[in-house]
Design a protein around this ligand. Structure first.
Ligand code: UGA
Length: 437
């Protein structure tokens, strides 16, 4: 099929490359010239495992091109909307400017029978509103909502092997003509038995926000348990192992630590609360305010623990923060709890050095006042305390004996509870986890 993908960020660039991998002829479109130049040269504009190899692989076949010209969408049968929906400045709601203008700019290039497929995360009601615009301007084209569930760091495999497809169509009916078109687009993953659910438009939109809200709630639940474990002298990691063995609960997403961040979970729960308010259903989501509050409290808790760990205050203390990305295998620092903690420590008088295998350039753009050192050994020299805040494999594998020789005082705060406390203590370190005795 001929496909256009509008918006080539974390979602769209991966989606475009994966659609070409599935055998389609794809054009990726974005207003950012730098991004398009990089993608055209088979370079990923951000770090995502497997993406560059995939770009090289499919671009050799000539089935994947990138451009800034929206007119290139003309001639495609299916148009994916993959632009961002960031949090509005100073408000909880989502900013839909990019979605609205993507659809508006696409309209002159549509032909009867074309399909617009929304993948961006939008407040419930957006798809019906856009469907009405489409009906007015190109009544023989259709709009479906097909939310994306990929995780950064696993984006390529999540797109090629998703755990489900959700198609939101206007009447919610299996025989809607758009269903067969999307089935053709996803023929390969569907052939391996991937479940596919057809819903109406608002349900499809809600599936995405509900899923992210559930994940955020799971993380904040275990972080609330970590607060309790701290108060009671219990161990949240063993608690999570034990409750996670109940398969109704499950162990995944029960890792207590510095909390969730990134470009999705934090802004999605806030936009969901804002939208519920507009719909007169705000009471249904007041619990998400608590989920958000527990999450933000993790960051101040780490600052306090660092102060305790350092003994006599933060002023002038040399703190090395390992990790700037919001999670490992990503260079994304949007709402990164690690970086936010580093900045707070610096504001309170500590001298902070941040290291990260991939995210330092993005981090330096966001917080230019922090000191960034790529090499871990150099970053650790003469540190008064070390904070492990993003659990990259290379940090989990650090040797406490070797490290003890570099730092000024062997103190470590394990913000992700991924180190073995006994091993670190045996090597002479003062070890602190979160919710661990
Ligand atoms: C999340 C969802 O997991 C995806 O399904 C969704 O498609 C995506 O948002 C999106 O809306 O686009 P992502 O933001 O890539 O994906 O990252 P997650 O793996 O969900 O992690 C989010 C945050 O939670 C990270 O900061 C991570 O460190 C933290 N986390 C995760 C914990 O603190 N504890 C856990 O047990 C798991």
């Amino acid at each position: 099929m001929r496909i256009s993908v509008i918006g080539c960020g974390y979602l769209g660039a991966v989606h475009a490359a994966c659609m070409a991998k599935l055998g389609h002829t794809v054009v990726g479109i974005d207003v950012d010239e730098r991004k398009i130049a990089e993608l055209s040269a088979a370079k990923a504009p951000f770090y995502e495992p497997e993406l560059e190899e995939l770009l090289e692989d499919v671009q050799q076949t000539g089935t994947l091109t990138f451009t800034t010209d929206i007119a290139a969408a003309a001639g495609s049968d299916v148009h994916f909307i993959c632009v961002g929906t960031p949090q509005k400045k100073g408000e909880n709601g989502a900013d839909l400017t990019y979605v609205d203008s993507a659809v508006e700019n696409l309209l002159p290039h549509l032909r009867p029978g074309n399909l617009i497929v929304g993948k961006s995360t939008v407040p419930v009601g957006t798809a019906s509103r856009l469907a009405a615009v489409l009906l007015d301007r190109e009544p023989e084209a259709h709009l479906v909502w097909n939310p994306e569930f990929l995780r950064e760091g696993h984006a390529v495999s999540d797109t090629l092997h998703p755990d489900r497809f959700v198609y939101g169509v206007e009447d919610g009916a299996e025989h809607h003509p758009s269903v067969a078109v999307l089935d053709d687009v996803y023929a390969i993953p569907l052939s391996t038995g991937t479940p596919r659910l057809v819903t109406d438009l608002p349900t499809a939109e809600l599936v995405k926000t509900a899923a992210n809200s559930f994940l955020a709630t799971k993380i904040s639940f275990i972080n609330a348990m970590a607060e309790l474990c701290d108060a009671a002298g219990a161990d949240v990691t063993r608690l999570a192992d034990a409750i996670g063995l109940d398969d109704r609960i499950g162990r995944k997403f029960l890792n207590a630590g510095i909390g969730f961040g990134g470009g999705c979970l934090p802004k999605d729960i806030r936009a969901f609360m804002a939208r519920a308010g507009e719909l007169g259903a705000d009471q249904a989501l007041t619990f998400l305010r608590e989920v958000d509050a527990i999450n933000m409290r993790r960051r101040s808790r780490v600052v306090e623990l660092t102060r305790e760990l350092c003994g006599d205050g933060l002023l002038g203390k040399r703190i090395t923060v390992l990790g700037a990305a919001f999670k490992p295998e990503s260079d994304d620092v949007r709402d990164s709890p690690a970086l936010s903690i580093a900045a707070q420590l610096q504001l309170q008088g500590a001298v902070v050095t941040v290291s990260d295998p991939k995210a330092l350039a993005n981090a330096a753009r966001r917080f230019p006042e922090l000191h960034y050192v790529q090499d871990v050994d150099s970053a650790l020299q003469n540190a008064d305390a070390v904070l492990l805040l993003t659990e990259w494999r290379e940090y989990r594998d650090l040797d406490p004996h070797l490290l003890a020789k570099s730092v000024a005082t062997p103190r470590i705060l394990d913000g992700r509870n991924v180190l073995d406390p006994a091993k670190w203590r045996a090597a002479g370190w003062q070890y602190r986890g979160l919710g661990r005795p």
